[in-house]
Design a protein around this ligand. Sequence first.
Ligand SMILES: N[C@@H](CCC(=O)N[C@@H](CS)C(=O)NCC(=O)O)C(=O)O
Length: 209
Amino acid sequence: MKLYDLPGPPSPRRIRIFLAEKGVEVETVPVNIREGEHMQEAFASKNKRRTIPALELDNGTVLTESDAILRYLEEKFPEPPLFGTDPEERAVVNNWLHIIDVDGFCAVADALRNSISRFENRALTGSRDIAQIPELAERGAKRIDYFFEDLEEQLNGQTYVAGDSYTVADICALVVVDFAGMAKKDIPDNCPNIKRWHEEVSARPSAQA
Ligand SMILES: N[C@@H](CCC(=O)N[C@@H](CS)C(=O)NCC(=O)O)C(=O)O
């Protein structure tokens, strides 16, 4: 198994934290997306979507989406369970993974990629050139506020995003909250639950991955 990876960007970090929580080491291949290495044939022939992370399995299959990679790794390395331990907990984890991705990750990506000059004509990841839309950056920033509001409410009275156990929902939420910081959206002062939770999950050794 090989993980195409780079320290810094949010999506590969989800996989590294997950692997660290599992105590599993995987061969990694750095792909420097800042220098356009993902557009070169060596990587593009492996992943035509030209994004990281990508996980190349031992049978040659290449998984290109973080969600699929995380679910594959959970099946391969079931201990400790990170997707919940019963149908109800799994359902809440899955529910929140969707919210974190759509309301959190996509909001931050819209805010950043539609405003920063480095992403001019690269407003979406992938092989296509796509123009920035400044209004989407504005809307993204507003959606980050709403995401914080919803996460704050979810963490009220419970330790972790999906309940009393640390799960992949905490990993993905941590990555999104730190990603929001890159868009200059820090945890708002009126979100004590997120602040308490963020301190706790950031203190786990896996958060350094
Ligand atoms: N669908 C992918 C998207 C991953 C993604 O957005 N990766 C970014 C880094 S965080 C990337 O590869 N960007 C390349 C680019 O900006 O062209 C997933 O969820 O795993």
